[in-house]
Design a protein around this ligand. Structure first.
Ligand SMILES: Cc1ncc(COP(=O)(O)O)c(C=O)c1O
Length: 372
């Protein structure tokens, strides 16, 4: 990958119109270091957020040693870079043959279930020297996207499932996913109390509690820091019934990666309050359609100088021929915006480059390292 000091320098040298995905190594390293040093437990990286090998390496450089791997391909990528990496197979629904490969080939000894049928399947394939986490659904009105509609056992199902794990001679643990970009630290405290209650009702001591991902980055409230989240978790951990000495884990994806990515997309046409650009929801902006988020955006003219002046509201369309390729939020951009300018979207390091498709033959991107 080519290396540039800044986005401005990249654009000043750019001669073609291909959209650019910029990686900022320091964004990944600093986030990894902050989580590793301040979260009151072990931090796993949820590889799905950005599995690019360079990203994995920068996160390892920042101190990450444990990984939420949800597929064999993710395990292979992580172990290829860090053979001693601690990998958990943290997907509640796993193909039987993948369980077998994870167990035999990758030596995975940590799995997740949210239903007795998955537990039966798992235990039919693997030996007993494993940890099995029960994924508990934790209701959370402060989540931008709930993670409970697809996975997660309600407390009434989680209690017998946790008991069954202990009774079948494997080591029980608990996990949840609080929900994407959770805007209130208290949601984590409530989630932790719910898991403590499940453990108490089952009369089972979990080996650990994994509070999951969901930490905010793009949607971190202005009056909060990640440390407020860590404090809420540490306080609930100390005070909740019976779990004060049970170790904690978490598995952030976007909070470790958002800051490390910037997307540069060129304006192809401006029609009144519509801007057509050459990247969209089938490209690096895929996450926006689901989370309906709007990344911080500025506009640079060809050559790299910033467009300033009064702003107006625009609908931003991506390049494909269908009407789905549009950003759900309207963007406030300079009125002086014109064809050939570049929209610079920051906080784009999560669920972005990995989702770029070649739909309509429009998937080509340039990849670059910017800053350090
Ligand atoms: C099991 C699990 N853990 C962690 C994550 C990472 O979530 P986030 O990006 O909200 O931190 C995900 C995201 O899909 C997930 O499914």
């Amino acid at each position: 990958m080519e290396h540039f000091d800044s986005v401005e320098q990249l654009l000043a040298r750019k001669r073609d119109s291909t959209p650019v995905f910029c990686f900022h190594p320091q964004g990944f390293r600093a986030a990894a270091r902050h989580f590793s040093e301040h979260f009151p437990g072990t931090v796993l990286y949820a590889v799905k957020a950005n599995p690019h090998p360079q990203v994995l390496q920068w996160l390892i450089d920042g101190g990450i040693r444990a990984f939420d791997t949800a597929s064999i391909a993710e395990m292979a990528m992580v172990r290829g870079l860090l053979p001693e990496a601690a990998c958990s197979y943290n997907h509640p629904v796993k193909p039987r043959d993948a369980i077998e490969v994870a167990w035999r080939q990758f030596g995975i000894r940590d799995f997740v279930v949210d239903h007795p049928a998955e537990l039966d399947k798992l235990l039919a394939v693997v030996g007993s020297d494993i940890v099995v986490q029960v994924r508990v659904a934790a209701p959370n009105p402060h989540a931008t996207i709930s993670f409970n509609s697809k996975f997660g056992a309600g407390p009434e199902q989680a209690v017998p499932l946790l008991r069954a794990i202990a009774q079948r001679g494997v080591t029980p643990a608990l996990c949840t996913h609080i929900g994407y970009q959770t805007t209130a630290p208290e949601a984590y405290a409530r989630g932790l109390r719910l898991l403590a209650e499940v453990a108490a009702l089952a009369s089972v001591r979990p080996q650990y509690i994994n509070i999951g991902g969901g930490f905010p980055s793009l949607l971190l409230p202005k009056d909060k820091t990640l440390d407020d989240y860590f404090t809420a978790i540490a306080t609930a951990h100390r005070e909740a019934r019976g779990i004060a000495d049970v170790p904690l884990k978490c598995e952030p994806g976007s909070a470790l990666t958002h800051r490390g990515g910037t997307v540069l997309a060129q304006v192809v046409l401006v029609k009144e309050d519509s801007v057509h650009i050459n990247d969209g929801v089938y490209g690096a902006m895929a996450e926006m359609i689901h989370a309906k988020t709007q990344p911080p955006t500025r506009v640079l003219a060809t050559g790299g100088e910033e467009r300033r002046g009064s702003l107006r509201s625009y609908t931003v369309f991506g390049p494909t021929c269908d009407s789905y390729d549009v950003m759900p939020a309207r963007f406030m951009l300079p009125e002086a915006l014109r064809e050939g300018d570049w929209l610079v979207f920051s906080m784009m390091g999560a669920y972005s480059n990995v989702l770029i498709s070649d739909f309509n033959g429009l998937g080509e991107h340039q990849f670059a390292i910017v800053g350090d």
